[in-house]
Design a protein around this ligand. Structure first.
Ligand code: GLP
Length: 242
């Protein structure tokens, strides 16, 4: 595991974007696993900037996102498809058909999950998976549990996650209670993982994830076992580590 210390959010975003840029430059047909949330917004802005400067070409990149809410159509302003389109895809030269998210509106959820895993396998697996960290240690939407879920599956979100994500909705009742997410096996199969964490609120959980026991009660702790994990975190998030 490599831990890269960033001064603040901007610095974390720049460093993480540089790592993704290096991946794209080294392999122009990379499969990128992408994440949503506020942590990664700054790094998407930075990737857009690098693209506008003519430094990054996304025309051969394939993307697969970690997760999507169940029951929100793509046009809903809080769906992860909407987030990705508006915060990244629309602003770079990636062909729309190269971008993939689980379909939270699928009639047959089981089938959708199986097909999402098959899609990733068909692409030859993920070269670099970007991750944020939930306040309860979740990655993607793999919530604390008694065992590590394997493939893409449907989860019931914990109360704390619904609460944390309600800041984006009018009120807590509007937050979907279910989501589709890549499983832990899918995430751990990525060749490289890039975990970004910022802010004091995540200092305690980041310490648990990186130095505590590996347990499904703290889903992110499994990342300790990944052979190529890079953590880019700001000083506040790392404040309980030393
Ligand atoms: C959300 C997403 C995760 C994200 C995490 C942290 O619920 N499903 O993919 O990494 O929670 O979000 P944020 O970066 O906004 O703190």
């Amino acid at each position: 595991m490599k831990i890269i210390r960033a001064k603040d959010y901007q610095d974390m975003s720049r460093k993480a974007a540089n790592i993704i840029s290096a991946q794209i430059i080294l392999k122009e047909k990379s499969v990128l696993g992408l994440a949503t949330g506020s942590t990664v917004l700054g790094l998407y802005e930075r990737l857009i900037h690098l693209h506008n400067e003519g430094e990054l070409d996304f025309s051969n990149i394939l993307t697969v996102n970690l997760d999507e809410y169940v029951g929100l159509p793509a046009q809903h302003s809080q769906s992860y498809r909407y987030y990705m389109d508006n915060n990244l895809f629309k602003h770079i030269n990636i062909p729309y058909e190269n971008t993939n998210l689980p379909d939270g509106m699928a009639k047959d959820i089981e089938k959708e999950c199986r097909e999402y895993d098959d899609l990733i396998t068909g692409m030859g697996g993920i070269d670099l998976q970007l991750l944020g960290l939930g306040l309860n240690g979740h990655i993607g939407f793999n919530e604390p549990a008694t065992e590590f879920p394997k493939g893409t599956h449907c989860v019931t979100l914990t109360e704390s996650t619904v609460k944390a994500n309600s800041r984006f909705f009018e009120n807590e009742n509007e937050v979907p209670k279910k989501a589709l997410t890549m499983g832990i096996k899918t995430i751990m199969s990525a060749s490289k993982i890039l975990l970004c964490v910022n802010g004091k609120a995540k200092a305690g959980i980041l310490k648990e994830v990186l130095t505590g026991p590996v347990t499904p009660a703290v889903p992110g702790s499994i990342l300790q076992l990944h052979p190529d994990l890079t953590v880019v975190a700001d000083e506040e998030a790392l404040s309980e580590m030393l």
